[in-house]
Design a protein around this ligand. Sequence first.
Ligand SMILES: C[S@@+](CC[C@H](N)C(=O)[O-])C[C@H]1O[C@@H](n2cnc3c(N)ncnc32)[C@H](O)[C@@H]1O
Length: 353
Amino acid sequence: MKATTFTVLESLEAQAFSCTNAGSALYGSLLAGLIDDYRSGGVTAELLEGVSTTPVHDAVPLRYLATAHRLALAGAAPNLARWYGSCDGTWNGEDISTDFLHLAQTHRSEFLAGLQRNVQTNEVGRSAVLASAFALVARRHQRALDLLEIGCSAGLLSRWDEYFYDTGSSALGSPASEVRFDHSWFRTPAPDLSGDVRVARRRGSDISPIDATNAEGQLTMLSFVWPDQAERVDRLRRALAIAARTPLPITRADAGAWLAQELANGPTTAVATVVFHSIVWQYLPQSTRAMVRDALETAGELATADSPLLWLRMEPHTPQRADVRLTTWPGGHEEVLAEVGYHGTDIEWLQHY
Ligand SMILES: C[S@@+](CC[C@H](N)C(=O)[O-])C[C@H]1O[C@@H](n2cnc3c(N)ncnc32)[C@H](O)[C@@H]1O
């Protein structure tokens, strides 16, 4: 019991530190007030204690914050919404913990339900580096792309070609899109986005998919973004509006089992089959990772120049940066295409051929 008490507090403190240092002064300040409430045995302790035996790993404080954000976004918490940029509010460093705690006391059932909900984001910013990689694959193999995304969440990255990318020297995507990535996303020299880049087919799967085409799913997605990160909130809202118009079937499945089934007959002829994922690997159990590798290697054996298979992934490389790797079959050659911030910013492109 003592250890659990300690780890809930530890999870709150760790979250306060990371919010303060990773771009949410609002949540950093709010969490300081929630930590005081926890220490004095208030509603924060009542609600958070016992939710998980691993509160840091399960990001219990983020579940707590997201539940309140969800109520604010839905119009059910005007006293809190007035501080949240995502709800057209303004915050100038005030202590808002009293408003938050009042909400928790008066909406216990919503908080009890919200604390059971896994934190899940789908970061649209990652599409710029993925699009750059898709352009490279299409140019190299001169084929349309057959895309399979694992851990795709709401599928916002599988819809990458609904957005527009412009490095200043080449461009890709839908020119009239309301989701746009300009040269500021790319370090120099930027990747080449030119060529005939077409998607022949796209399929996605997730162990716990979110339906971005309905209001409930959209609220869930928005609630997990920090309310004072105006650019991310705005980009997500725009991408969700696009998703609502462009339905995408997402299979609820473990990544390993799904991929084994989808690749059972090997890669399809006359297209480039690309299996991709971003910030997913760390969440997969060892058995699933083994199945993913096995499915890829087995299908890779059947790949030919006319039916190439590619494994593209953006996964953590250092505490601040991810790298983007590509393995190509036939042959199984692996290369590093890029390094990039976790949310897709500051792309350093490394492969210029
Ligand atoms: C951090 S999110 C990343 C989502 C998305 N790829 C992105 O970059 O925005 C990790 C995703 O992996 C999914 N996931 C976790 N375990 C999984 C499994 N065993 N099989 C498939 N998906 C899984 C989660 O549901 C979640 O959507």
